[in-house]
Design a protein around this ligand. Structure first.
Ligand SMILES: [Zn+2]
Length: 344
């Protein structure tokens, strides 16, 4: 079969790899019908050291179940399924608490002999705990939005939940990438009264407004903080969503939140420490977040997608076949595309 392999920074190839196949009795074999490139795929695209064997890529996909192992009970051949970006058993102590990203028997796509999602097929471990059956046909018009449940919409939702977004709250979203845009959708869905998006790309800002952003701050750093304060009676936002992970965006998120507020971090931190320890301490700021337990959120968000109340699939502004994956990485890295969907 064909799949995406990264050999080093800037070196992504689609090539022939061994066919995906069932190994464990708890596996499902899934033929991929839709996949995506994630903002987090761009970190290795910028920095990965050269590797002779390469690394299989992709962790967001929808597909059709081809075969299942003897112990699989909840999915069967022919089912259209979506996967969260990590696999999990659904039964361990952390899964039962809704924190599937800390599953004791879980893992990541593209590692330890498990296929990546940017390819023709994937062996999905712990199929019962991982896959969610979708009540649609394989080429349903809702596919883009359903695909975002794999990661980006779940992650935006996790940022909003971690930042304690709720009715009447003022929210500041740091980052106008696909996750930030989904953070806007999630904030509106959770009842936020005011949603300030910090970003400067006109196409992304336009989409953020359509998703429910009420104010736009295009300044950066101290000036951005100043603008948010002006918009919030000098206090700052109740909730700040950190959707980037860089030092400056983290400082901005921590500084624009008001005393007693909360910061939801979903951008993978690229720095070792959390800045502004004393100001956030004395302001009783909650700092929460991490990788989204997408498996726990899919069932909550799915009805809103199926009934058209949210349309996170609009973050995909480029669609192409598997062979265009390398150019998709380049386009996202060059900020030519917000997010790329792959149709197989
Ligand atoms: Zn588990």
């Amino acid at each position: 079969m064909r799949a995406t392999v990264m050999y080093g920074a800037g070196d992504v190839r689609v090539e022939t790899v061994p066919d995906a196949r069932l190994v464990e009795p708890t596996d499902a074999l899934v033929t991929v019908t839709r996949s995506a490139i994630c903002g987090s795929d761009l970190w290795p695209y910028k920095q990965m050291e050269r590797s002779e064997t390469g690394r299989r890529m992709g962790h967001e996909f929808i597909g059709v179940v081809e075969a299942v192992g003897d112990e699989v009970r909840t999915v069967k051949p022919g089912d259209v399924v979506v996967t969260p970006f990590v696999w999990s058993d659904g039964t361990c102590v952390f899964c039962r608490e809704g924190l599937h990203t800390s599953c004791l028997h879980g893992g990541r796509y593209g590692f330890d002999g498990v296929d990546g999602g940017q390819g023709e097929a994937v062996r999905v471990p712990q199929a019962d705990g991982t896959l969610v059956v979708l009540p649609v046909e394989r080429d349903d018009a809702l596919m883009p939005s359903l695909l975002t449940l794999s990661d980006v919409m779940a992650t935006g939702h996790h940022a909003a939940r971690s930042a304690e977004v709720g009715p009447g709250k003022t929210v500041a979203v740091v980052g106008d990438g696909a996750v930030g845009l989904c953070g806007v959708i999630a904030s509106r869905r959770l009842g936020a009264e005011r949603i300030i998006v910090l970003g400067r790309h006109p196409d992304r800002i336009a989409l953020a407004k359509q998703f429910g952003a009420t104010d736009v701050v295009s300044e950066r750093g101290d000036e951005a903080v100043e603008r948010v304060r002006e918009l919030t009676d000098g206090f700052g936002a109740h909730s700040a969503l950190e959707c980037v992970g860089l030092e400056q965006s983290t400082v901005t998120a921590l500084t624009i939140v008001r005393p007693g507020g909360a910061v939801g971090r979903v951008g993978v931190p690229q720095e070792e420490s959390i800045p502004d320890a004393q100001p956030t301490f004395f302001d009783n700021v909650t700092i929460a977040g991490g990788p989204a337990p997408a498996r726990a959120y899919i069932e909550e968000l799915l009805p809103d997608v199926l009934e058209g109340r949210i349309e996170p699939g609009r973050v995909f502004d480029r669609v192409g076949p598997l062979d265009e994956v390398p150019d998709g990485y380049r386009a996202m890295d060059d900020r030519e595309a917000i997010k790329v969907m792959i149709e197989l």
